[in-house]
Design a protein around this ligand. Structure first.
Ligand SMILES: [Cu+2]
Ligand SMILES: [Zn+2]
Length: 213
């Protein structure tokens, strides 16, 4: 009995000793490994951050507007990051005199004659259709462009909802000009602005090419 007990105690002591050595060993190794993993993660994150920083933020965008179907409407729309929002400047020709609905539509696709592949008004927040000065509106609701007797329109405004980066970015979407005025209230079809008569895909522009902004 005694001898068995003694053996048991010795065995237990040995086991504890081994365990404690083992634990000490682990305790010494683990933080080192963790530190190395942590350091490599840190370097990796740093490299990623540097790579992101190397890609300049989008400050300028442009859409070359082309006629759809039988229309002769064409021109250019620029988007420039400014203090307090994005400045939109549209220069269009070939319009009938008066107001024409003007929006950013969801898709950057002007490939069909009726402009339908551009989708609906860009509306990432699920808001109702409205005018550009309304708090609740589609991000793409830019109101109307107004053409003079010669069919030329110049539109200029600083918009607070449109952005050139992030979830509400308009890059890769499109601008659409309509045959009729956007009444800023009708929900279906939005603004009741009639056919789509011109379309332009919004792309990233070179800030150096748009000096003066
Ligand atoms: Cu539209
Ligand atoms: Zn709308």
């Amino acid at each position: 009995m005694l001898s068995i007990t003694h053996h048991s105690v010795v065995a237990l002591q040995t086991a504890l000793l081994i365990a404690s050595i083992h634990n000490v060993g682990q305790a010494q190794i683990r933080p080192t490994v963790r530190a190395r993993v942590h350091a490599s993660e840190h370097i990796h994150q740093k490299q990623q951050a540097e790579a992101v920083a190397a890609v300049p933020a989008v400050t300028h965008a442009v859409a070359v507007v082309i006629p759809l179907g039988e229309s002769k409407v064409k021109g250019k729309v620029t988007f420039t990051q400014v203090k307090g929002g994005v400045e939109i400047v549209a220069e269009l020709t070939g319009l009938s005199p008066g107001d024409h609905g003007f929006h950013v539509h969801e898709f950057g696709d002007c490939s069909m004659a009726d402009g339908k592949c551009a989708g609906g008004h860009f509306n990432p927040t699920g808001a109702p259709h409205a005018g550009p000065d309304s708090d609740q509106r589609h991000v793409g609701d830019l109101g109307n462009v107004t053409a003079d007797a010669e069919g030329k329109a110049l539109y200029k405004r600083v918009d607070k909802l449109i952005t050139l980066s992030g979830p509400h970015s308009i890059i890769g979407r499109s601008v659409i000009v309509h045959a009729k005025l956007d009444d800023l209230t009708t929900q279906q079809p939005p603004g009741n602005a009639g056919d789509r008569i011109a379309c332009g895909v919004i792309g990233i522009a070179d800030p150096k090419m748009h000096a003066g902004h």
